[in-house]
Design a protein around this ligand. Sequence first.
Ligand code: MRU
Length: 347
Amino acid sequence: MRKITPIEFIDSSAVRLLDQRMLPADVVYNNYSNIESLSQAITDMVVRGAPAIGITVAYGLALAAFNAKSNDISVVKQAVQDADSYLRKSRPTAVNLFWALDQVHAAVPEGITDAADYCKAIESAVDTLAVLDIETNKAIGYHAMAVVPDDVTFIHHCNTGSLATMEYGTALGIIRIAHEEGKKVNVFVDETRPRLQGSKLTSWELKELGIDHRVIVDGASGHVMSTQNVDMCVVGCDRVAMNGDVANKIGTYNLAIVAKEHGVPFYVAAPTSTIDQGTAKGGDIAVEERAAQEITMIGSERIAPEGIDVFNPAFDITPAKFISGIITEKGIVYPPYEEGLAALFKS
Ligand code: MRU
């Protein structure tokens, strides 16, 4: 498959993003050379997917540091702090955004006094996070092989692949590794209304990988589970609460309920960076609401009357009781989640 590079830091002067709004029709890269435009790109979903958002804001800190163009480290540190505050407002639900910013600050050695060294230390901290993301995704995929049959039919929601991470992906990484391991893989791809991450992005990635799949409308999952021998659902997530409730793309909760009714295992792929030790339960997670046009328009075509009211939550909360297991890079966590998730952070 051709290498997908959703995020790059270019010449210490710009963050380059693959514009996911243009896929699958066009592969277009945009360079963002200031924090305001980079933050807007995240809000507009040029880049999306929890881990990818995290790496993007982390490179945003590097961008702010180099852009300060100062030999005075206090000036550079202030620019980085200002960028941090600005980027934290770009999207609210994916905890990876906040996690990645915190990781970069924690990784930069305190004793640095030279401004240029400080800039390089930030860039290098982000490069390390980016590499770690790929290793993490592969570990999730290999742990998952314990529960993936050799001849497997998945349902997958949204996009959780190389576009949503630095490579491989989380839930889609499981599907990719199952394929690489020689399992016979079939995927039903939820189209994922309203922004169609499933049909536009996941189907594009699966086609590139040569993995058999069929796109379905989100409302087809009940029929598909009752007629098509689905073995398991795999989804990603934007935030896991410590009781095992999970925030993910709108429609995930419906899929989980349907899976429970049909006895289909429902797995959530979650790097530990998506598990929020500061959130006790799903109800505490901020769910982003987005513009009405995402529902009333498809491209330039209006599909609902002018002036109607719309409710457009971008995510929903799937209660822990619907989740068979949470697959992390450290292994699979099973219920009761309070104990299993807390244990991940003790070792
Ligand atoms: O609104 P999006 O496209 O950023 O939502 C993405 C998802 O819900 C993904 O499932 C999640 O971020 C995990 S990506 C590995």
